[in-house]
Structure formats: structure tokens, C-alpha cells
Ligand binder design. Structure first.
Ligand code: ZN
Length: 176
């Protein structure tokens, strides 16, 4: 098992949309297992592949019922509204109240290539929307209202100046 460094706000990989995984093979399963370890070590409830520098459509999460891997996810339906104090492993130590749909229906594939179809609300539904944003190159900063965003940018600008880039000696996730 490998624990990868988590890419931080300011790293361009977080702003790039990820690509579909063409073949779900052993390399994908290994990456998913390492991402789960990385998520638990953080600790966090969700982690998208580009947060470990891999530009592919894959995320892992655990909202208390065990780890789940979702490959090539799509949100096919959403409804309602739910406000939740949302944070991100790539923007550590900060969180904001964000309004998003309360219920979502997510489709995708597991590591064995089986189709997944999950209807989720509250935390699980929020994790889906947050991780889908990551895979589209969107950070939660984009979901803030104007006042929240001004405040966030000021804090993050000051912080980014002090942050080192990814450790060049640290483990790198393999490209798929
Ligand atoms: Zn995040």
C-alpha cells in the first residue's frame, strides 16, 4: 500500500478535467486501493484521482459504511437543496456552508467493472457532488458566494506563498 501526497490548492492538476478510464484493470484497482489508504491517512471521507495527480475519472469515499470505489461516475439526477459545512483535503483547515442539491443519483463502475447505481442524500450525496467537481477540475472555492470567496482567496493567497509543492522524493501515483 502506498500513501500518496495530496495535491494542494494552487497545484494546476486540481484545475484540469480528468479523462475517462478506458479499461478497468489491475492498475486501476491498485490505484484505487492506494487512494483509499491515502484517504484514511489524511483522514477524509472522499478523494478524487486528480488529488493524487492522476488525471482520470475515479474517486473513492467512505461515509461510515466501508470504502467504495467509483470509476467513470456520472450524476444522472439531482433534487432538493441541502446546506452543509463543506471542506476539502486540498484546501485543508478551511470549510464553508455550501448549498447544493440534497439528493443525487450517481452511476458508475466498481473495480470489477460492474455497474453501480447509487441514490444518495445528505453526506453521501454531498461527497458525490464534491468529488464530481474535482474530476471536472472544479474546487469548492468555485461554489462559494461572493463574500465567502473574497475571504477565502485572501486566506489562500497568503497560505499558497508558504506552501511547498509536492515532495519530489515522495511516492508518485502512476499514470493510467
Ligand atoms: Zn476535495
Amino acid at each position: 500500500m502506498t500513501i500518496f501526497p495530496i495535491r494542494q490548492y494552487g497545484d494546476p492538476v486540481l484545475r484540469q478535467a480528468t479523462k475517462v478510464i478506458e479499461e478497468i484493470d489491475g492498475a486501476v484497482a491498485k490505484l484505487a486501493a492506494d487512494m483509499i489508504e491515502t484517504m484514511y491517512a489524511a483522514p477524509g471521507v472522499g478523494l478524487a484521482a486528480n488529488q493524487v495527480g492522476v488525471q482520470r475519472r475515479l474517486f473513492v469515499y467512505d461515509v461510515g459504511a466501508g470504502p467504495v470505489v467509483v470509476i467513470n461516475p456520472t450524476i444522472v439526477d439531482s433534487s432538493g437543496e441541502w446546506t452543509y459545512q463543506e471542506g476539502c483535503l486540498s484546501v485543508p483547515g478551511l470549510s464553508w456552508e455550501i448549498v447544493r442539491p440534497g439528493s443525487v443519483h450517481l452511476n458508475g463502475y466498481d473495480v470489477d467493472g460492474n455497474e453501480l447505481s447509487i441514490e444518495a442524500d445528505e453526506l453521501e450525496g454531498r461527497v458525490f457532488q464534491h468529488e464530481m467537481d474535482h474530476l471536472d477540475g472544479v474546487l469548492l472555492i468555485e461554489r462559494l458566494d461572493a463574500d465567502q470567496r473574497r475571504e477565502a482567496k485572501a486566506v489562500l493567497r497568503a497560505r499558497t506563498l508558504q506552501l511547498p509543492g509536492p515532495d519530489p522524493e515522495g511516492p508518485r501515483a502512476p499514470e493510467l
